[in-house]
Design a protein around this ligand. Sequence first.
Ligand SMILES: Cc1cc2nc3c(=O)[nH]c(=O)nc-3n(C[C@H](O)[C@H](O)[C@H](O)COP(=O)(O)OP(=O)(O)OC[C@H]3O[C@@H](n4cnc5c(N)ncnc54)[C@H](O)[C@@H]3O)c2cc1C
Length: 579
Amino acid sequence: MVGIEALPFSSTDRETMLAKLKSEEFDILIIGGGVTGAGIARDATLRGFNVAIVDKNDFAFGTSSRSSKMAHGGFRYLKSFEFGLVKESEAERNWLRNDYPNLVRPLPIVAPSFEGEKYTMTILKLGVFLYNFLDKGKNFRKGYTVKDINKVKEMEQGLTTNGLRGFGVIYDTNIDDGRLTIESIKEAVFSGKCVAANYVKITRLEHDAAGKCCGAWASDQEKAGDEFLVKARIVVNATGIWTDTLLQNKPAGYPAKIIRPTKGVHLIFKQEDVPINNGFGITSHIDGRFYFVLRRENHVVIGTTDTDYKEDLDGPACTKEDAEYLLSTVRLKFPGAKADFEHMVGSYAGVRPLAAPRVKEGETPSESSVSRNHEIIRSEDDLVSICGGKLSTFRVMAEDLMLKEVLPLAKVKIPGKTFDSKKNIARKPYLMGMTRQAFDAEPIVKEFATSGKLDGEQLAHLYRQYGKAALLILASTKEEPKLLEPIVPSEPSKYAPWILAEVTFTVLHDSPVHLVDILARRLEIQWMVHPSKQAAAARLVASLAGSMLGWDKARQAQEIKDYLAYVQRNSFFYDKPLE
Ligand SMILES: Cc1cc2nc3c(=O)[nH]c(=O)nc-3n(C[C@H](O)[C@H](O)[C@H](O)COP(=O)(O)OP(=O)(O)OC[C@H]3O[C@@H](n4cnc5c(N)ncnc54)[C@H](O)[C@@H]3O)c2cc1C
């Protein structure tokens, strides 16, 4: 129908991928299937490289499914004069909005200025001016400031006007970070030049007689004892917060540990409980930090925090203290909001892979002052590592790595083969990208809209998440009408638009291995649905996915148990058993 039936990336393809990993030699092995590794895979295949990409867990398991989920310029980085970073991020946001319009959705953000706060109207005016100026007027809307308090009352009835001096409005976008990651990997796979496997952990690097990196040892996390060598001319370490584990032989001048991990949490509410029309950037009454209260369709996402993190990198979670810090200011600024634990729907936490700044001995910069710029390091054994940066700039990070380190290395290590060194090679439309207008004009969409088989919320959701692939999902329900059933029937579709056809689609086209992959990183159900409703959804999805993947009753039960344990770890606000 849209040509993607022939472009599967099915869970059952994993064995084929593993066989290739074991037998082929690659131009590049990318360790880490977060958005950074995914962007490198997409860029590298467009340049003609044969690539392998592996992740020790699921794709997007790390920070790339736990961000604030915005492709944005980074308004707050203007404060630290990071104009280059803001300009670059705004340009990337604009590209993504144009070339992946269903996934990258407009998000107006109101930044109010209150008496006694550091962001005066003069500062806001300057900030909005710079934000407009740095993106050269290419954003979909221009930011502005307003001093008239009555305007606020018209726009946002929930915001207190106590001490309000005025506000600025900027335009950014929201995104599903996990979906961006998986679609970037899929584009590399669809090129025919990329082998991608999740649950493959790199345990150590392989070196040739000259001491240079020529591959890495991998272990299949799904089959105990299955260890094998992945041969590659060039090895890239894109492991985010885990960078230091593989990074040895650093050139002189770098600190012992490159990564300075800081934790950020998010809280999710229904929009009826935190009634805002736009997104907000507010300053904490506790320490003056800037953070977001974001509108995400019919939910509100509040975050984030920024605190040094020394615990388990694989399992960061939001605590009561993290949440209280965020909620206390929200209650002051939105007095009618039910911003309490009782009304909370979900929470999640992520850890930033910030590159530790090189500072003088004895100095410790604050968490928020650590730059969001990326760092590329070529070790003495030619391992190329990349860390820091942002989700929004993943394409330029990939390109920077390719042009500065990989292409020069390829000249020496892959003689006789030529690769494209063009700038902006990956600045092109995503295969699944689609405008809403084009979607609505499709006969199958018209048919579903008029027949009432799916309501407006469900159709809009399918469009946003899948773009062109939504047409395939709709078509699949014609053959099997049962797939139209909702995954969370106990919630109205405005809060839970997911249908069973998304599960069959994701198993056939997104390569999940476990139930948690489907519910946490492919469908967003884990953090958008209250814990009390998770067990029923898990049972339904495990049964359907299990029937496609050959899971027997015991395996289904184990998948459900593991998933609910994951949900529980992220639900400090709900102490009842999940069953
Ligand atoms: C709270 C928070 C909010 C944020 N909000 C935004 C935002 O709104 N917009 C924005 O632009 N940026 C945002 N960021 C930053 C952005 O999310 C990160 O910069 C980005 O996701 C990092 O991606 P990554 O691929 O480098 O790391 P990760 O996504 O962590 O990927 C690294 C991967 O490497 C794998 N791995 C590790 N070790 C091995 C091994 N030995 N073998 C195989 N695989 C391995 C891991 O499993 C992991 O999947 C935010 C970050 C945080 C923490």
